[in-house]
Design a protein around this ligand. Sequence first.
Ligand code: ADP
Ligand code: SF4
Length: 682
Amino acid sequence: MTRDPRYDVLFEPVKIGPVTARNRFYQVPHCNGMGRTYPSSMAAMRRTKAEGGWAVVCTEQIEIHPSADHSPWAGGRLWDDSDMPVLARMCDGIHEHGSLAGAELNYAGLMSASRYSREIPMAPSHAPLATFDPGQARAMDKSDIRDLRRWHVAAARRARQVGFDLVYVYAGHQLSTISHFLSPYRNQRTDEYGGSLENRARLLREVLADTREAVGDSCAVAIRFSVDELMGDAGFTSDGEGRDLVEMLADIPDLWDVNISGWEHDSATSRFKPQGYQEEYIRFVKRVTSKPVVAVGRYTSPDTMVSLVRGGVMDFIGAARPTIADPFLPRKIEEGRVQDIRECIGCNICVSGDHASVPIRCTQNPTMGEEWRKGWHPERIAPATSPASVLIVGAGPAGLEAARALGQRGYDVTLADRNTEAGGRVAAERRLPGLSEWDRVADYRTYQISQMANVQIFLQSEMTADMIAEFGADHVVLATGSRWVANGRGRENPAGISIDAAVPVLTPDDIMSGARPEGPVIVFDDDHYYMGGLMAEKLRRDGLDVTYVTPASEVSSWTHNTLEQHFIQRRLLELGVRVVLSSNLAGIGPDGAVVECGYTGAETGLPGATLVPVTMREPVDALYSQIAGLGDLQVSRIGDCLAPGTIAAAVYSGHRCARAFGEPAAGEVSFRRELPALSPEF
Ligand code: ADP
Ligand code: SF4
């Protein structure tokens, strides 16, 4: 297939100062939980992006000095020469596929507690660490400023030496000391580095000039800047100082990488923000500078990309999450295979890996982070070793992915589901407020499967053990999912909650199937991810009186890992949901519920209500024991049917099952590890 000529503009080369990108697809800097800690994994992941057609592939933040040490966060590091081989490996992988490598150098004093180095972080003014560690960053004097500039220069030289084509000066997201100098609320200085915008921008100007001198004339200098901090007059705004700053430095860098701040706004989830919602903020930048502009917006549609370029909004289509969900997005457009793009769903599970300093994972792309340690390629998979037929029961994320990947390998696959549509939990959850983009998990896979002659889907096909035995497949995979429990069993109440038989109880499954409570509702959230908060939101939007009770100290507390917690709690409060935190649900009867303070044990009464327990799920796995008694059928379980988890975990489980099928069993540790090097001196 050839590419649609409408998309030609996306494949034009674009000059960035002294270097040229082969097209307009640009992977902006993004964290990945691998960085210097899992360097081979990180380098292989970036190489795969270049192979997939991204013309520019950047690092995550690279620390430039031990006094701004982000440990245990697994980002990049360039403190001295000993850090160079990791980044050289990354550059080599990117260059192998004809792309440019970009390095995001950063000194992030206030954001770095230097837990490993134990050096003192620095900031424009004395201030408590933003990490909430019990310590402060110290105010920089003139010699500190000279040191900071020197460290930037040394890191820029090293970056150039290892092969980067583009070196960033990072002034974005309030994550760099340069951005703290810029900030009217962080910079309290009274010297020539504080006060007016011109003064606050002095360090940025100096580092831009230093960097240019350090990298010479064969490497570009980029700036990453957040034009709006969504704080009104208290911070930068795109019609105030954000714009003034771009005007002031307009043609000094070779490229403007612009966004909004903080990270939770820049990487907002689809539950809270649509694609491209940053456009209104960054649109002015191209009118102010003659240099190329890159910006992000979770863009996955080539038509939108073309209109952004033609409409003069940006020169490069910036992307982090779309490159994670589909490292081959540019190649698919180039090869006329737009329908094969695996679109990001905007769930931010990718961020959770970074937060935990473990390799990144993605709901849509099960191979993300596994390129090196498992040797998984996002597009290629080993062909079937010998012909076999596989019956998969359950067309949720796990069953769909197993069917797709087994089909790609060439196996003869039958996928059966009792529902009228494929998608399992995703088909239900996508109808909850804000989750409509999640249908892409099912859409991508059902389309791929529809193109495979060797994979058949049968809907409205409830399978029993006898039917499965009669079907006669060589192998049976159970992907039958899970159900929310109704008895309140969970983390806080391992034996369940005392629930009077007269109390109406509806689980999230009941509500997603259309059941509607009568009168007031108590949502008890002992799950802590999105479902409890979403039940409260949905039922409140349906006009009900809702009380949300949780043993955690915040609403949907795990969603810190997806950058959503603040937005969720705010939404419930704004909708008028009564929020009861740090409290367990001790029991509920027709006259009311008793909640117990998690600290004092003091009990409080709540009026009678329908209970919606969001506590845990149980696998739907009865078929497994029934089939196990039926002769020598080979059966395996995947996804929630084996152990309920995230949608990402279910997709991964389905993919893993397909990769392992017919292959020799893996050892106890099924992936390559990156072990710390033992010093010869001891
Ligand atoms: P996962 O997240 O592991 O993919 P889901 O709960 O999303 O699990 O999907 C499970 C799917 O299995 C649902 O679509 C459900 O209708 C289907 N299913 C469960 N039991 C049977 C059965 N006996 N026969 C056919 N389909 C089934
Ligand atoms: Fe997109 Fe979710 Fe994948 Fe992140 S984890 S890239 S948000 S699909």
